[in-house]
Design a protein around this ligand. Sequence first.
Ligand SMILES: [Zn+2]
Length: 80
Amino acid sequence: MKTSQTNQQTQSKNFICTIIGHRYQETRKVTNHFSEYSCKCCGKQMTEDTRGRLIQLTPELKEINATLSLLFQRRHLVNS
Ligand SMILES: [Zn+2]
């Protein structure tokens, strides 16, 4: 039986994350209160909800974050 090497690697990385937890690093600052993160180990992407809890970064949330980021930068420019 032939198994995919890539699949096995992904699974073992996910296994490590399951045991010791994801190692998130900030990949993008959306506003002062929101950021996007990705796991150094498996590459899983997360963002924060309105209560500051980490939630999975879906394509929809990514779009919302991009809009928020633009609005935040624009407001920041006006204020300064
Ligand atoms: Zn991970």
